[in-house]
Design a protein around this ligand. Structure first.
Ligand code: SF4
Length: 468
């Protein structure tokens, strides 16, 4: 039976009329303010001052570390990531060298408490690095940070770049969670997006992953890709479910070719129509529910025994630049080109190109480009937006007490905007607060937008992707 916190079917729940009204472009709220609101800060003031504040605290939660490894051998046409396409593996050496310089600089700011509770390697394709390079990278990190016992180490895997031996090496290096980019198993779709990786290849890797004793495996899927149909996607889903991943991310493809150059190679006429995308999402949600997956929130599903499902049930789910996670109170330190840090009340983003990155580090400067330190209103709005995105509810009295405000008065504008969601039964409002409905979970993003003070000031959300 499907869990109470999850939608059972989407076709029944999401009518075309609802889609038309509420499927508007908007941020994914992995931060608030969203990264596009950060201000120029090439001296890295926001980061430096946040690190100093952290260093002065008597007790802090171990850090989450994110490392961005930008290299990929070939481009996937749907890609919206910051990456460097190259076949030249010689480029890795300089990058690792610069990463170490960055670790030294940031480590100085962190002070003596360098404990790390979670590490994630993303990209690009982290597995562009060979075993020796990954070993060198992990050794660098262990030199500059102290991994706590039971540290959660995860890495994004491009299935085309690993085999049994490489997986064994990752296990030996301490990785316990893997995330495979699958997207779709249909050969025609794979050709259309320039990412060919047969089901058999991924299935064989999954077998190895289980044999090697990794704690959790995530698979990423995308619906709305060129040449995808509800029929072809149904088959992909069947194949994915055979593999029994612990977690699944189900993203809607957002075709924004003016923002993301690789997407210009996708034939717009080959893209499925909006109603086909709803059908694909519907069949995916139904299939996942039938197979016992819990709905976590925006695009994410997990088996009930998985840590993410557990924290969701306990109301402890969190969200940051890595999406949903279980590490309450942990600052996120991003290292590498284009990475984002969230330390206390500050956000900071690194420069986006390799030349800038190397230039800053060669000059002994933090490779920071932009940042922001939250004011009281930002902190308050971040809390309510994250409560909506993670718990699906806002408890007015808790917020009133913490911030010394009256939510009904303070958020009068937002609550007024939310009325149309209320009328459609997407969110329920009472004197205690707000709670989203099963259907409402699919629209938490536009609901969160009602609380976004920056969007209210600048009506420019067209550059974001839509919900579906
Ligand atoms: S989707 Fe991933 S693997 Fe493909 S080009 Fe982008 S970053 Fe590289």
């Amino acid at each position: 039976m499907a869990p109470m916190n999850a939608p059972h079917t989407t076709a029944d729940l999401i009518s075309p009329a609802l889609m038309q009204r509420f499927d508007i472009p908007g941020p994914r709220y992995t931060s608030y303010p969203t990264a596009d609101r950060f201000l120029p800060d090439d001296e890295g003031h926001h980061l430096t001052s946040a690190l100093q504040t952290r260093a002065r605290l008597s007790s802090v939660t171990p850090l989450s570390l994110y490392l961005h490894l930008p290299f990929c051998e070939s481009v996937c046409y749907y890609c919206a990531c910051n990456k460097v396409i190259t076949k030249d593996h010689g480029k890795v050496d300089r990058y690792l060298h610069s990463l170490e310089k960055e670790m030294v600089l940031v480590g100085g700011g962190l002070g003596s408490d360098r404990r790390v509770g979670q590490l994630h390697l993303g990209g690009g394709s982290p597995t562009f690095l060979d075993d020796e390079e990954l070993t060198r990278l992990m050794a660098q990190m262990r030199r500059h940070f102290k991994f706590v016992e039971g540290v959660e180490c995860s890495i994004e895997i491009d299935p085309r770049t690993v085999d049994r031996q490489r997986l064994a090496c990752l296990r030996q290096l301490g990785f316990n969670r893997l995330s495979f980019g699958v997207q779709d198993f249909d050969p025609e779709v794979q050709k259309a997006v320039h990412r060919e990786q047969p089901f058999e290849q991924v299935a064989a890797l999954m077998e190895e992953v289980r044999a090697l004793g990794f704690d959790s495996v995530n698979l990423d899927l995308i619906y709305g890709l060129p040449r995808q149909s509800s029929e072809s996607f149904r088959k992909t889903l069947q194949q994915v479910l055979q593999l029994e991943p612990d977690r699944l991310a189900l993203y809607a493809y957002a075709h924004l070719p003016t923002r993301f150059k690789p997407q210009r190679r996708i034939e717009a006429r080959e893209l499925p129509k909006a109603e086909d995308k709803v059908r694909m999402m519907d069949q995916a949600v139904q299939a996942l529910m039938r197979h016992g997956y819990d709905y976590i929130g925006m695009d994410h599903f997990a088996l009930p025994g998985d840590q993410l499902a557990q924290v969701k049930r306990d109301g402890r789910l969190q969200r940051n630049f890595q999406g949903y996670h279980a590490h309450a109170g942990a600052d996120l330190l991003g290292l590498g080109v284009s990475s984002i840090s969230q330390i206390g009340d500050a956000y900071s983003q690194s420069v986006k190109t390799l030349d800038e990155y190397y230039g800053c580090l060669d000059a002994g400067r933090l490779p920071v480009e932009r940042g922001v330190t939250l004011n009281e209103d930002d902190r308050l709005r971040r809390e309510v937006i994250m409560a909506l995105m993670c718990q699906g509810k806002i408890n007015f009295s808790q917020v009133n007490e913490r911030y010394g405000i009256d939510c009904v008065h303070y958020f009068a504008d937002a609550l007024e905007k939310l009325r149309e969601f209320e009328w459609e039964g997407l969110v329920m409002r009472s004197s205690a607060g707000l709670e989203v409905s099963k259907t409402g979970w699919f629209f938490v993003r536009p609901m969160a937008m009602c609380f976004d003070q920056y969007l209210a000031r600048h009506q420019d959300h067209q550059r974001f992707s839509k919900v579906l």
